[in-house]
Structure formats: structure tokens, C-alpha cells
Design a protein around this ligand. Structure first.
Ligand SMILES: Cc1ncc(COP(=O)(O)O)c(C=O)c1O
Length: 401
């Protein structure tokens, strides 16, 4: 593991000024138990062996890196490559941390996995982990996302999960986290709240990043093997930030430019986007310190993006820190760019991307022309099967783009 990863966060879970664990007293012993269990298993040869076995024989890792030759030619300039997390079992990077969280829960003697979900990918991945480990599963999901991501709701149910619809507030990802925390408080003795990104109280931002690190390690090795050199630019979409931290962590000590792509939604007005790093301020959300989009009353603001999995008014504390240190450049792609990329990748490369991942594709398409002779490696964090009904019903088949 790199020097950066070993030394970050500090013992209290702080990435510079961000992170930590601000917990209601009844949850403190439970998070202490999770921290201690993670410390133990992360050094256990048995845990590492079993996780490697699962990744290879159940998830289908390693996923490949693909060169998007057609898209590169159309855009002109840089060559575009992608780490294919859409080919990970269940269709997104989320299974990387879910299988590890399931293994952690098993080690802790828990009988239930529970979590929030936005696009439903974390919910599907956790329901899969629960089925694999023979555990119960409870997934909280906003009503707006339930309507938008119907195929994933059906998948979760088929996998045996109980899907709890969240009907208060913005009925989206933030409220799903609120709802899940409430339910977890009542069953923390027997359940693990397997948070779905590099967010939440310590140790989740560190733990989820470390479980996603495999993406960056594989991608670095595969890209070097394909091209004989490191990529010039590495980019990923940022919701909470887990697929981005997975990929970035493989290149963090290298002389490689890293870009986080936030969802710019429909405009720069508060409520029309979820570009937390671009427009947010220091604040607390869901038990940790980070950048937050807030309303006039200082409460987390309503957010919008076409991609349910990016619909969060906070961001992982490590991203807030990497923004502050300047190691990662944070930029954004709006709904239109993401949709254009969604159609373009489908038509020219034969890959229907998740709307979340389409933000990273949109960034690469925009930047390629400005960087002739360079290479851009993006994280194709998930496949778009879950999105096709919503996209086609709302925006059509993309003719004329
Ligand atoms: C395919 C895909 N990519 C990205 C994300 C965003 O999450 P994160 O920023 O934690 O990678 C999601 C969330 O649901 C997702 O489903």
C-alpha cells in the first residue's frame, strides 16, 4: 500500500480538516466495534485470502481496461481509455466494497446488512452480498429514485432484500441515509450499516476507499501493460466519491493529473445541481465534516442531477481534502453532457453506461480535443441497464445528437 494511503486518514479518521465521527452517543460503541473489527480483519491473512477468492471467482475480477478507439477518433485529440467496472458482477463498482463489508459483518457475527441507496446499485450489490453470506438485507431508498430506477428495485427484491421507501423531504439519497440511520439505531446489535460510499463517520470513508483500491491497482497495472506508460489524466464521477477514490488511489503517488467530475445538473442555481465541491462550504452531514451544499438556514440543500447515484449534497471527506491540497482537480459535467455521452458510448463503442459514469465519459469527450497526444483513463463505474427505461421515456433514443 502506498505511503499516502497508509498515512491518511489520521487515527481519528481525519483527512486534514475533514472527516471524523460525530455520532449520537447510542451509536458510539457500535462504530468503535466496527473500527476495531476492521483493524483486525485488514491484517488477517484469512480475510484477505477469502476476499481475493470472492473477487476472482464470484465478482469476475480483474475487470479489463478498454481503449475507446471510435470515441477517441470522433472527439479528436487524446486517446480515451476506461476501467470497466460495468463488467464487475451486478454491473457497478459497488460490489467491491459490499462483498468486503459482508465479510466484515460475518466476522463481527452480524446477521443483517442494511444501507441506503440512490441509483439502486449499492442496494443491489449489498443485497447480493447478503444472499451470498446468508444474511438478511434492508435497503432504504427515496421514492423519487424508486420510480426512476425500477429495474434495480425489482433486482433487490428478487435477491431477497426488503426495500424501505423513503417518503419525506426530497425523497432521494440524503433522506435515504437519514432513514437508514434511524432504523440502524434500533438494530445495531445484530446489523451492520454498510454505508455505500466513502462517506459517513470514520472508519467508513477509509474502509470503503481501501476496499475500492483494487480498481486503481488493477487499472494502473493494466494500463502500463497496454501502453507501456502511465495515463496523463485519470478521471471519475463523484457522488459520495467511492469509484473515484478507488481509481485515484492507484495513481495518487504518481505524476498523473487526477480529475473528479461532479454533476452540474441543469444550472448553477442551488437546487439545480449536486456539485458539492464546486459550490459547497465547510459543514457537517451524516456524522462527518466535509464540504456541503446548504440552504439559507444552513441545512443540506435540495440537489438535482439526472443521475440518482450522484444526488447528494455532501461528498466524501477525502475528496474535500484532496481539493484543498490541490492534488485532485474537481470539475463538473451537466445533465446534457452526461446524456450526450450516454448516447455516444452506446452508439460508438457498444457500451451503455450508467448515467453516473456518463459524467466521466462526458468529461473525457470534452477534454480530449484540448489534449492532443495525451491519454485519459476514466472509471466506467457502472452499466446503464438500470437507466434505459428512464432515459428513453424522458429523452428518447438520442437521435440527432
Ligand atoms: C454506477 C455508479 N457510479 C457512481 C456512483 C456514485 O457513487 P460514488 O461517487 O460513491 O462512486 C453510483 C452510485 O450509485 C453508481 O451507481
Amino acid at each position: 500500500m502506498s505511503a499516502y494511503l497508509k498515512s491518511t486518514p489520521d487515527a481519528n479518521g481525519y483527512f486534514g480538516d475533514y472527516g471524523g465521527a460525530m455520532l449520537p452517543p447510542p451509536l458510539e460503541p457500535h462504530f468503535k466495534e466496527i473500527r476495531e473489527a476492521y483493524q483486525t480483519i485488514s491484517k488477517s491473512a484469512d480475510f484477505i485470502r477469502e476476499l481475493r477468492y470472492i473477487r476472482r471467482h464470484f465478482q469476475g475480477r480483474p475487470t479489463p481496461v478498454s481503449h475507446f478507439r471510435n470515441l477517441s477518433e470522433i472527439c479528436g485529440g487524446a486517446q480515451i481509455y476506461a476501467k470497466r467496472e460495468d463488467l464487475n458482477h451486478t454491473g457497478a463498482h459497488k460490489l467491491n466494497h459490499c462483498m468486503a463489508e459482508g465479510l466484515l459483518a460475518k466476522f463481527m457475527g452480524k446477521t443483517k446488512l442494511m444501507a441506503e441507496t440512490g441509483a439502486g446499485q449499492h442496494g443491489v450489490a449489498l443485497a447480493t452480498a447478503a444472499a451470498y453470506f446468508g444474511m438478511e438485507c434492508e435497503i432504504h431508498m427515496g421514492e423519487i429514485d424508486i420510480a426512476k430506477e425500477a429495474p434495480n428495485v425489482t433486482r433487490m427484491k428478487l435477491l431477497g432484500a426488503q426495500v424501505v421507501p423513503v417518503s419525506f423531504g426530497g425523497r432521494s439519497l440524503k433522506e435515504a441515509v437519514d432513514s437508514c440511520f434511524g432504523s440502524y439505531l434500533e438494530q445495531a446489535d445484530t446489523a451492520l450499516f454498510a454505508i455505500g460510499s466513502v462517506v459517513g463517520p470514520h472508519p467508513f470513508p477509509m474502509m470503503v476507499r481501501n476496499f475500492q483500491h483494487v480498481v486503481g491497482v488493477e487499472a494502473r497495472e493494466q494500463f502500463m501493460e497496454m501502453t507501456g506508460e502511465l495515463p496523463d489524466m485519470v478521471a471519475a464521477c463523484v457522488g459520495g466519491g467511492s469509484n473515484a477514490m478507488g481509481l485515484f488511489s492507484g495513481f495518487i503517488d504518481d505524476d498523473v493529473a487526477l480529475y473528479g467530475v461532479e454533476p452540474h445538473g441543469t444550472s448553477s442555481n442551488l437546487g439545480d445541481h449536486a456539485a458539492t465541491i464546486t459550490y459547497g462550504h465547510d459543514g457537517d452531514i451524516h456524522g462527518f465534516r466535509t464540504l456541503v451544499l446548504t440552504d439559507e438556514a444552513g441545512e443540506p440543500a435540495p440537489v438535482h442531477t439526472v443521475a440518482s447515484g450522484l444526488d447528494y449534497p455532501g461528498v466524501g471527506p477525502e475528496h474535500a481534502h484532496l481539493h484543498k491540497t490541490g492534488r485532485v482537480t474537481y470539475t463538473s459535467a451537466d445533465d446534457k453532457e452526461a446524456l450526450k455521452a450516454f448516447y455516444a458510448l452506446s452508439r460508438h463503442e457498444g457500451i451503455i453506461p450508467a448515467l453516473e459514469s456518463a459524467h466521466a465519459v462526458g468529461f473525457a469527450m470534452r477534454e480530449a480535443a484540448n489534449h492532443p497526444g495525451k491519454s485519459i483513463l476514466i472509471n466506467l463505474s457502472g452499466r446503464g441497464d438500470k437507466d434505459i427505461d428512464y432515459v428513453v421515456d424522458t429523452f428518447g433514443l438520442g437521435e440527432g445528437l
